[in-house]
Design a protein around this ligand. Sequence first.
Ligand code: DGJ
Length: 554
Amino acid sequence: MSMARRTLARAVGLLALGAASALAGTPAAAPPHLVQRDGRHALMVDGAPYLILGAQVHNSSNSPEALKKVWPAVQDMHANTVEVPIAWEQIEPQEGRFDFSFVDTLLAQARQNKVRLVLLWFGTWKNTSPQYTPAWVKLNNQRFPRMVDKDGKPSYCLSPFGEETLAADRKAFVALMGHLKKVDAQQRTVIMVQVENEVGTYGLVRDFGARAQAAFEQPVPPAVLARKKALVPGAASGPWRAVYGDYADEYFHAWAVARYIEEIAKAGRAVYDLPMYVNNALRDPLEQPPKPWKNNFASGGPTHDVIDIYKATAPHIDIVGPDLYSPESAQVNGSIGLFQRPDNPLWVPEMSNAAVYARYVYPILGRGALGVAPFGIDYFDYSNFPLGSRFTDKRMVEPFAGIYAAFGTMQRQWAQWAFEGRTFGVAEGDDHADQVITMKGWNAKVSFGQWQFGEKEWPGNAKEAPAHADKLVGGVAIAQVGDDEFVIVGQRARVRIEPATPQGLGAMLVRTEQGRYDSSGRWVMERNWNGDQVDWGLNLGAQPVVLKVRMGRY
Ligand code: DGJ
């Protein structure tokens, strides 16, 4: 079902549900769901757009004891949503006997901590491997076959053509969704579910087993061809090689994995319909056009170049999200640009928790993402440095905490503005260069690494650069809330708002208030910026601030 049709069906379902629960006297919270308008997206939670200020725990933090190290980090971070793995091995250690005790503990503690949850289904594939499958799956290669190469040599990776593997994974996932429906349909603590984790295969482009080979020789399904056009000139239809040439193996594998995931997601949603997504270990977004696979990424995963294959094959997966672990600004901008599409909401389910990534929260949320979740937000004594922060204490969350606190006071407003297309954002690039944000009638010029007073060229200013000038810390997000009104949130940046086209004599700041939104959504002014604080642009300091700005012309 298309997203629009699903939304309509949901609305109708909601009315029915509302009527039923009104009769029963226990109104259920509205189910979380996605809406789409003019190519923009919102995740509706409790009936309004929701901004995910997320935090993902470490892989091995899915036990009641481990959660004790999670909540303090989540609170210090000011996160409103926590992503936690639910492993197949944990809920079905013996075939057919399910244990949801951890899920129940997690839900109770999330509610106590006043956060929502995104659950990560670690099933057949976790970072492509079967390591989170139960032992009875891992050890039975006959029943749960691994992929094989052209010579019949097995890969570590389970085959997407393992019929029994699919049936068993699907059964466990359906049991999980059924349990969630039972324990959470009233409160809706769980707002989204990730199906599998970073799927695909390293070291082998596709399965060459008998069933896979037979499927490879079949014509490409028309739904796939409709979205992913033939690459071989003149080949309108036919088997994978005939249609996609050198890309045939990896496209076929993407289709096979997507088909498998679709079966699981579809069955899960039939029981309890929550938004579902897949995450991706990225291929280089700057290699354009993308070259055929040469062992340089996980083949078959939902990389940017096969999003169309996933969309055609897995309609019960709403989103393909990028996991950001390459710190270069060109990589981050490239990936978020490729994953934000009218048919694919931008949602960053994972990002490194290293300090240099904190500034990327601004362009991600400024571009109208559903949200973002740095990984490893957890005081467990484990650090995934050098991928992430070297710290495992408060120093790890600090770079993100102020930013989340600033967005946190206006999270619902921001999500609404984003859905209306009013939000923008930039992060300091690796070159520290100035950037321009183009808005309706106005531009914002953003520069970095300056003192808060005076111009860069002034002899005094030029003599000594501020300590942050060579660091990558600046970021700004702006919501244009009225024709001449802006809400600006940012740090370590200078912002000058200027008319897009000169009219009359000039433009000026009419009023600049620093403040926050209170819990009822009212703006609370804390300081009126004027004089030195506006004469050299709006100079945002080390601590993220929220400014409400009114511009005028004279
Ligand atoms: C991405 C994976 O999705 C995470 O589970 C984790 O393994 C990180 N990589 C690395 O820490």
